[in-house]
Design a protein around this ligand. Structure first.
Ligand code: GDP
Ligand code: IMO
Ligand code: MG
Length: 428
């Protein structure tokens, strides 16, 4: 049995897509298990740039199967757009399958997401407006439409009718908007079902069998711990569990089957959307990191908020995920600083020093980050291939992170290309 889980440890966009793409070369299966097309994973294959939202980032390199698990929410339009984009570039997508149990994002979910954000005014979460939250809500409320339902016109009809009754009441009476017409969506989603049919499988059986048969199975998380519905900066989070634990419910694979738990963190922090961010920078330093790291959202194009690495949040993320192997990406972006700061504790508004990540989001906004200042390096490190070749101060930076977390760095990424990696330790 060889299983690998790749998860984000910060607020998303850590470079999970690149790492998944690299690991996918040797994988028999690559599996998304939560989130939807709110994700944006940029993968460079030579000169070619691919931005994947819903398909597993292993789709380009995996010679086996790519599976969108039951825990993912699927917008069929987004799915077909992505399939088309990949096929246009001469690649096959015949190896992409979706779970019969995955929930479908319907047009009313996208509208609800959008209207709610408009309605919230200053309390906006800053969602991607892709209907993610409302789709998960319907799943839990037991009124969701699953991939398998698209194949049964009777069930689909009844479910859409039931949903429109409630959703249209909200649109018209609360949001003062136009209702959705049944005829406008029923036929369309039935046709989507027919187009998806050949890809719909009971993936939990296939995955458990594949693991039993000693295949290499890679699970790819979207979003990240700080956006987790339980452990993130609630309510400024997404609506799923982007943790290693999320694999068990999002793919139907038991915890005993999970081995290499790979956590991805940038060498600094970024966040898109609203919510607390203790190490957030302002002014020139932030702008420098944003420009050098090209920190703009892959899904929405929004500038990402940038800050120094936050070890308090990172240690919490590693604990919840049980991380066994750490990946540090974008170390190249920090080249050129005289001094690099790294957050080791927070100071509360009452002057108390804490190094445990708090549950009260509102309080966190008022916390001051306490930094350790380390020496920077000037060299361009983007072509370096071994840890020993890194400038001593860059090595010290990585050792400081390892010591604080008590976890070894497995891979250091020094550029967006597949080959720009330093392998420091090996996976089991
Ligand atoms: P994901 O959502 O975690 O997959 O990350 P994104 O793809 O949204 O954002 C990461 C961005 O950083 C992408 O544009 C990547 O091409 C890029 N990237 C990944 N690793 C590195 C790295 O080590 N150095 C640099 N400079 N860019 C990187
Ligand atoms: P990847 O996989 C960064 C953020 C949104 C918003 C919050 C809730 O590329 O790392 P949602 O649409 O999910 O209801 O929005 O979560 N968000 C992400 N931020 N990377 C992502 O994915 C994100 N997916 C959602 O900006 O703050
Ligand atoms: Mg992203």
């Amino acid at each position: 049995m060889s299983t690998y889980v790749v998860v984000g440890l910060q607020w998303g966009d850590e470079g999970k897509g690149k790492i998944t793409d690299v690991l996918a070369e040797k994988s028999d299966y690559v599996v998304r298990y939560q989130g939807g097309n709110n994700a944006g994973h940029t993968v460079y294959a030579g000169e070619d740039k691919f931005v994947l939202h819903l398909l597993p980032s292993g789709v380009l390199q995996c010679k086996g199967k790519c599976i969108i698990g039951n825990g993912v929410v699927i917008d069929p339009e987004a799915f077909f757009d992505e399939i088309e984009q990949i096929e246009k570039r001469g690649l096959s997508t015949d190896h992409v399958f979706i779970s019969s149990r995955a929930h479908i994002i319907m047009p009313y979910h996208i509208l609800l997401d959008t209207y709610r954000e408009e309605f919230a005014g200053k309390g906006q979460i800053g969602t991607t407006k892709r209907g993610i939250g409302p789709c998960y809500e319907d799943k839990v409320a037991r009124v969701g439409i699953r991939a398998i339902d698209l194949l049964n016109p009777g069930i689909l009809r009844a479910k859409i009718e039931e949903n429109l009754l409630v959703k249209n009441a909200l649109f018209e009476k609360l949001f003062n908007k136009e209702p959705i017409r049944f005829e406008d969506i029923f036929q369309k989603y039935q046709e989507f079902g027919q187009r998806l049919k050949k890809r719909i499988i009971d993936s939990e059986f296939e995955l458990n069998y594949a693991i039993q048969q000693d295949n290499n199975v890679l699970f790819e998380g979207a979003q990240a711990l700080m956006l987790d519905i339980d452990f993130g900066t609630y309510p400024y989070v997404t609506s799923s569990s982007p943790t290693t634990g999320g694999v068990t419910v999002g793919a139907g694979v038991p915890p005993t089957s999970l081995q290499n738990l790979i956590g991805v963190s940038k060498a600094y922090c970024t966040r898109v959307g609203n919510g607390p961010f203790p190490t957030e920078l302002e002014g020139e330093t932030e702008e420098h990191i944003r420009k050098t790291g090209y920190e703009y959202g892959a899904s929405t194009g929004r500038p990402r908020r940038c800050g120094w690495l936050d070890l308090v949040a990172l240690r919490y993320a590693c604990m919840i995920n049980g991380i066994t192997h750490l990946v540090i990406t974008k170390l190249d972006v920090l080249s050129g600083f005289d001094k690099i700061r790294i957050c080791t504790a927070y100071e509360t508004q009452e002057g108390k020093i804490i190094d445990a990540f708090p549950a009260i989001t509102d309080e966190l906004s008022g916390y001051k980050a306490i930094y350790k200042e380390l020496n920077g390096w000037k060299e361009n490190i983007s072509t370096i291939k071994s840890f020993e070749e890194l400038p001593k101060t860059a090595q010290d930076y990585l050792h400081f992170i390892e010591d604080y977390l008590g976890i070894e760095v497995y891979l250091v990424s020094v550029g967006p290309e597949r080959s720009q990696n330093i392998i420091k330790t090996h996976l089991s």
